[in-house]
Design a protein around this ligand. Structure first.
Ligand code: ZN
Length: 492
């Protein structure tokens, strides 16, 4: 198996990936909180961990990929304060919270499907794991790292930090975590501002509530990932991914909960993708630069010069290394669109594999040029998922393809490689060759037949028939115009 290197946030270094169980990988990624449409900030982890999932499978691992849906407990001010994001949306729209969850989960799935992101192996919901969360809280209480306060349970960070290291992932000290936390008077029932909720008492107006040994309430946001990771991947598993914005406090709290409830950090490789900025700025609803994926795909946003196809967005994301920042602009997306189209054209130009020639190629000597490209692409992908370098080497192949002098064996080998790696690992698909491309081609053909029949009718001065064809087409939204060069048509 080709060695794979990943940058582990926990050790802050690039490490050779060694799974706990030979040949098998357990991977957990924090999924969306489903109270609104998916946006660029969801597209990046969606695509990044999809490529990691696909690459691990391509390398020969059997992968169990768990990506959760947060449908309870994610409060407005990150973790512990404010209204539940889903409950708030439900209140504003006069819906049941689970209607909001259902609607936006389906919208999220659709956006991911358009980005050609494969479904995870398991997609658990936080609200389906309340019992497990209550059990974990009991264990943390028993271990002495949590306290009850006015019906809520909080994690005792100061006590934990005396025995362990709170900040092992983010590198923060306890003092540093105080900066940026709310002033003491805003901390409510907590003993210290850096403590975080494991269980929150439900106020009378709170809709999403469950019984617990401490009264009716709901779990804290950080707990679900600790519990669902352990449930589906075991108390120790290989890879945990998520956006860099989740490293602190979400993942830091996850580690503390794991150690406090089961005596192990649980995760061997922490992987974090960087953020997408817009014109160098963070994306935010209050900044007016918040662009959802449906808006990107339709072009319907004041910051968008045009619509961008899902594959343009995917290619744009892959053109940057996942650990680097990625700045969104129309120029950058238009450049990505060009690059994507050039790559797809070259893939198309490789043609189809003549029957039987795939096995002809195996074992035959390929040119050193093609072998070097294939090796360089795979080396880059296995070097901490370096997709921009991999794509740069793929463009070396594009040059060879466009040169038109490929030996037949090289051509077949590259075609197989493009199918497996451009399509299979990078997850790019040729949008023009998709169903809509086929439908357009068919419509072109049908329209030339119909217009030929109309031309014949006009030549025979059969105006009734010529008008009937024109009017019928018009009722389908197709407008026919007669010009000197002949009839043209447009579809509304
Ligand atoms: Zn999480």
């Amino acid at each position: 198996m080709r060695p794979l290197y990943l940058t582990n946030t926990l050790t802050r270094s690039k490490e050779l990936f060694k799974p706990i169980h030979e040949g098998r990988v357990g991977m957990y990624v924090c999924g969306p909180t489903v109270y609104g449409d998916a946006h660029l900030g969801h597209a990046r982890p969606g695509v990044t961990y999809d490529v990691l999932f696909r690459l691990l499978k391509y390398l020969g691992y059997k992968v169990r990929y768990v990506r959760n849906i947060t449908d309870v407990g994610h409060l407005e001010h990150d973790a512990d304060e404010g209204e539940d994001k889903i409950a708030k949306k439900a209140r504003l729209e006069q819906l049941e919270p689970m209607e909001v969850v259902q609607y936006y989960t389906e919208r999220y799935h659709e956006a991911m499907r358009q980005l050609n992101v494969e479904s995870p192996s398991i997609e658990p919901r936080a609200s389906g794991h309340i019992i497990e969360q209550i059990e974990a809280i009991k264990k943390i209480l028993e271990a002495g790292y949590a306290y009850e306060s006015n019906g809520s349970i909080y994690f005792d960070v100061r006590k934990y930090n005396r025995d362990h290291h709170y900040g092992v992932l983010s590198g923060r000290t306890l003092e540093a975590t105080l900066e940026g936390t709310r002033s003491l008077d805003g901390q409510g029932d907590k003993h210290a501002p850096y403590d975080f909720a494991l269980w929150k008492k439900a106020e009378p107006q709170h809709i999403m509530r469950w019984p617990s040994p401490w009264g009716e309430g709901f779990p804290g946001w950080h707990l679900e990932c600790s519990v669902m990771g352990a449930k589906y991947l075991g108390e120790e598993f290989d890879i945990h991914g998520g956006g860099m914005d989740l490293m602190f406090p979400h993942h830091e709290c996850e580690i503390a909960q794991n150690v406090a409830s089961r005596g192990t950090q649980g995760v061997h490789y922490w992987v974090h993708n960087n953020m997408i900025t817009i014109g160098g700025q963070k994306m935010g609803k209050s900044l007016g630069n918040f662009i959802t994926l449906p808006q990107l795909f339709s072009g319907d946003h004041k910051l968008l010069a045009q619509a961008y196809t899902p594959m343009t967005i995917r290619f744009f994301i892959l053109q940057a290394h996942y650990r680097g920042t990625l700045d969104f602009s129309n120029d950058a997306l238009q450049a990505a669109e060009k690059g994507y189209k050039r790559l797809m054209q070259a893939w198309r130009d490789l043609g189809s594999i003549p029957a039987g020639s795939r096995s002809d190629v195996e074992g035959k000597a390929l040119s050193s040029e093609v072998l070097a490209i294939i090796d360089a692409v795979m080396d880059a992908l296995c070097d901490d998922l370096n997709t921009p370098i991999a794509i740069a080497h793929l463009f070396d192949a594009v040059k060879l393809i466009n040169g038109g002098k490929l030996a037949p064996g090289d051509k077949v080998a590259l075609k197989v490689f493009f199918d497996e790696v451009v399509g299979g690992v990078l997850g790019l698909k040729d949008e023009e060759a998709g169903a809509s491309g086929k439908a357009e081609k068919a419509l072109d053909g049908v329209m030339s037949l119909v217009l030929e029949a109309r031309k014949k009718a006009r030549e025979e001065k059969n105006w009734a028939e010529s008008d009937r064809i024109r009017d019928t087409l018009s009722s389908f939204g197709i407008t026919v115009k007669d010009t000197k060069e002949g009839a043209t048509w447009t579809l509304e």
